[in-house]
Design a protein around this ligand. Sequence first.
Ligand code: EPZ
Length: 421
Amino acid sequence: MDKLLIEGGTPLRGTVRISGAKNAALPILFATLLHDGPSRIHNLPRLADIRTTTVLLIELGVSVSTKEDRSAILDASGVHSVDAPYDLVRRMRASVLCLGPLLARFGRARVSLPGGCAIGTRPIDQHLRALEAMGADIDLKAGYIEARSPKGGRLTGGSFVFDLVTVGGTEQAMMAAALADGTVVLENCAREPEIGDLADALRSMGAQITGDGTSVITIEGVEKLGPMDHTVIADRIEAGTYMAAAALTHGDVLLMGARMEHLDAVISKMARAGVEVRREGDGLRVKHHGELHAVDLDTQPYPGFPTDMQAQFMALMTRATGSSTITEAVFENRFMHVPELTRMGADIRTRGNTAFVRGVPELSGASVMATDLRASATLVIAGLAARGTTEVRRIYHLDRGYESIEEKLSALGANVTRVSQ
Ligand code: EPZ
């Protein structure tokens, strides 16, 4: 397993190109199943999760050709299976998003239950209830979801109110509804920018979708969808991660491609902490010198502060003047970075889903363990600001969601090397 060695203390300076959004690209790749021909996607990030998704799509019979320019052509005319096996789905939970498209196009699907992960049990009950509201018949057998549409034909129109805001549930239902025989009204939907990007990709195929970005999404099902041609939006969480790294190292960085409107909650928290972020060209300039102010934080569904930035913001707060209270309200176990940050000298106590962070004058390098994607990013951020050397192990977590992280950081002046073991 690879590890990263980081020599801390160098301010990050320069320009970093933000890659396509992982959490937009994943559902969009699955949406290509909805058309029995070729689709083209641009600005795909080069990530392990993208590769895992293409492996599953190829297993189903999709032909995938990726190009040097970060685009790919996926032809779903040859799909010969509606069975997503456990050994593929367990590698990446988002694989469960193939369920809705397979069911909508073929009238049936057999998809392994994804199981939980480090940050929580991650149930998918809302995905299944939404499909049932469109006439699907769902059975759970031996760890698999067995889904069938009425008489093996099209799903029906219907309406569904999500019990809670779920990004994946909203995406699953939108994709299934696109080919339904009728109108589907979804309420209490997630409003993340990735939902809007999936809706744009579906509309490029001829889907009739309105209301994405609000809590009520209406889909007029159509009989057939055409080829997708879509460019994936920039990754707001990757941008937020580099923003935090620039702030913690007292740097000055241009985040090329980052969009202010996708990061409002993060930028306003950064401003409260004393970090200046402003538009520059087609990106965002973040620079920070001097002290950081302690700021309290509650994670919320969009447009609230994103749970995927909670760990990165906590790294900032470990060096702030004063104490901050951070509450993780979306997932039940998303503080695994805390013991590792503590090993680097941070002063953090947790009680349930709340962390109490007291700023310390400095962090010190240590050997730490990555446990999940965003926790690993946070250890890198802390290592960049710490005195001495930090060794971050199990960085396969990082490779799932951050394209070429050591190259991007080195180009900003960081002293980072990947050691393959
Ligand atoms: C997406 O996960 C993202 N992943 C996550 O990013 C992100 O943290 C999360 O949304 C919240 O923004 C992708 O888009 C691939 P949810 P998702 O359904 O869809 C509960 C990262 O680091 N829930 O919005 O799985 C669930 O347990 C990853 O890039 C149900 O109870 O998240 C959680 O507590 C991590 N039943 C809450 O809802 C359901 O049927 C929000 O989950 C579905 C979800």
